[in-house]
Design a protein. Structure first.
Length: 166
């Protein structure tokens, strides 16, 4: 038989009024999420202002000019960023030489891109991948074949010049 203190506790938990434990948990998590959202909003507005509500100015160190290749306003550099795994001086030079449409066409025609350096590196470091399918079926360790195939895929995705293809 419940004692009067047990009944009061159960009523406060919402169990006596028909609520389940999960709805009580939902209410708890909803209040917690609301508190986190409020704190995040307050933190964001505080981070944007400094002192008496003045915005923080982004300053460059003295004598250093900003790199023009980091500007997101240049459509050609945006294309290079989206097609490749990041800006490299050689890719920027190639994009400026070919122009926007030419650079896009260059990457769409992946068969014409010379990727012999990556192919040679893969053949040297992953010898199982140069074998025929029959030779691979006879291989005793299928796990090693799988590991080399996964490594090759990641290596090509990171270092191939055929970034849009890979």
């Amino acid at each position: 038989m419940p004692t009067p203190t047990d009944v009061g506790t159960r009523e406060q938990d919402g169990l006596e009024t028909g609520e389940t434990t999960s709805s009580s948990r939902r209410r708890f998590f909803a209040l917690g999420a609301g508190a986190v959202a409020t704190m995040a909003a307050a933190s964001a507005t505080t981070a944007q202002t400094f002192g008496r509500g003045k915005p923080i100015k982004k300053t460059q160190p003295a004598g250093i000019r900003p790199d023009p290749s980091t500007a997101w306003t240049d459509p050609l550099l945006r294309l290079v960023r989206r097609i490749t795994m990041g800006l490299e001086p050689s890719e920027i030079a190639l994009a400026r030489q070919l122009g926007y449409a030419g650079y896009l066409e260059y990457h769409l025609n992946a068969a014409a891109i010379d990727d012999s350096v990556v192919n040679a590196r893969i053949a040297m470091q992953m010898p199982l991948l140069t074998q025929t399918a029959d030779q691979l079926r006879q291989a005793t360790d299928g796990g090693e074949v799988y590991n080399q195939l996964a490594d090759m895929t990641l290596y090509r995705a990171a270092f191939s010049k055929k970034q849009l293809y890979e």
